[in-house]
Design a protein around this ligand. Structure first.
Ligand code: ZN
Length: 279
C-alpha cells in the first residue's frame, strides 16, 4: 500500500497511514521536532515514541484514538533521548512503557542531572520566553512560545516528574495482534547504548528511531551542540547497511521525512566518513 496522508489538524506533525493500521506522525515544518508512530494491532494499540513537546504528544494520542478507536495499550521508547520520551508522563500509569535496559540506565544517568539543571534555569527561561513571546507576530511561533511557557512552568513545579520506561527488554520480541503483528527489535549500541526499532515484516515497514535521519550534517561530528556522538558508530553503520539490504519499502526515520534505502546508504556513508574512517 502507498503511504497515504490523512486529514488531521496538528501544528506538530503530518499524519500518514503507511499500511492498514500502521501510522507515522512526521514532524511538520512549522515546528520541527521528532517523529513518532502508532500501530493498531486489532486488540492492542501500540505507540512508538512520544514527541518533545507535551502538546505534540497530546495530538499524537488524539490522532491514535481518532483513527483506531482505541486507548493506548503500550508505549515504546526507541531510545532514551528527551525528544523521544519527554511525552511519557502524559500516558496513564496503566500503560507500560517499553525500552531497552540500557535506555533506562542512560535515562536515569543523564536525565536526572539535566532536569535538576532545567529546574534551576526555569525562572530565567520563563522570563526569556515571555519576552520572546511579546515580540512574536507569527501565530505558529506564538503557539510554540506559549507551549514552552507551559512546559517551563510544569518543570518548575516541585511535583513534576518525568516518567521513565518500566517494561524493560534485553532482547527482541513480537506482539501478535488480532489484526497486525509487530516485531520489536533490540539493536543494542548504535545511536545510543540501547536502541530498539519496530518492524512490520509482511508490510515491509521499519520504524528506525534515530538510527536513521532523513538528513545528516557533518557539523555534528565537530560540535557539542545537536546530535551526540554515537557510542558505536561501526555497529550503527553495519545496522544501516544490513537494513538497506533487507526487503523493506518504507523506513521511518527519527527525524525528517519518510525514507527509502537511499537514505540508509547515505547515513551509513556519513558515519563512515565522519566517525569511523579516521578513528
Ligand atoms: Zn536521539
Amino acid at each position: 500500500m502507498e503511504a497515504r496522508k490523512l486529514e488531521f489538524e496538528s501544528l506538530y506533525f503530518d499524519l500518514f497511514e503507511l499500511d492498514s493500521g500502521i501510522f507515522a506522525a512526521i514532524s511538520a515544518e512549522k515546528i520541527p521536532s521528532s517523529n513518532a508512530g502508532f500501530f493498531d494491532l486489532g486488540n492492542y494499540l501500540v505507540i512508538f515514541d512520544t514527541m518533545m513537546d507535551p502538546y505534540a504528544t497530546r495530538d499524537l494520542i488524539k490522532a491514535s484514538k481518532k483513527f483506531t478507536n482505541k486507548e493506548p495499550s503500550f508505549l515504546i521508547n526507541s531510545h532514551h533521548h528527551l525528544d523521544h520520551l519527554f511525552g511519557n508522563r502524559i500516558f496513564p500509569m496503566s500503560v507500560p512503557i517499553i525500552s531497552s535496559s540500557k535506555a533506562l540506565l542512560q535515562a536515569e544517568d543523564t536525565l536526572k542531572t539535566r532536569f535538576k539543571d532545567f529546574k534551576e534555569r526555569a525562572p530565567e527561561e520563563l522570563k526569556r520566553t515571555e519576552e520572546e513571546l511579546e515580540k512574536q507576530k507569527d501565530p505558529n511561533k506564538i503557539k510554540e512560545f506559549q507551549n514552552d511557557l507551559n512546559t517551563w512552568n510544569e518543570i518548575k513545579d516541585p511535583n513534576f516528574s518525568l516518567r521513565l520506561p518500566d517494561f524493560i527488554i534485553t532482547d527482541s520480541f513480537t506482539i501478535i495482534g488480532t489484526r497486525n503483528q509487530v516485531e520489536i527489535v533490540y539493536i543494542g549500541a548504535a545511536h545510543t547504548e540501547g536502541d530498539i526499532m519496530a518492524i512490520f515484516e509482511k508490510e515491509k515497514i521499519c520504524f528506525m528511531g534515530d538510527i536513521l535521519f532523513e538528513k545528516t550534517d557533518p557539523s555534528w561530528a565537530t560540535s557539542t551542540q545537536g546530535v551526540p556522538t554515537p557510542p558505536d558508530p561501526k555497529h550503527l553503520q553495519a545496522t544501516l547497511i544490513e537494513y538497506a539490504e533487507k526487503d523493506f519499502g518504507v523506513y521511518v526515520p527519527g527525524h525528517g521525512n519518510l525514507c527509502t534505502k537511499k537514505e540508509l546508504r547515505e547515513n551509513a556513508e556519513f558515519y563512515n566518513e565522519y566517525y569511523i574512517k579516521n578513528n
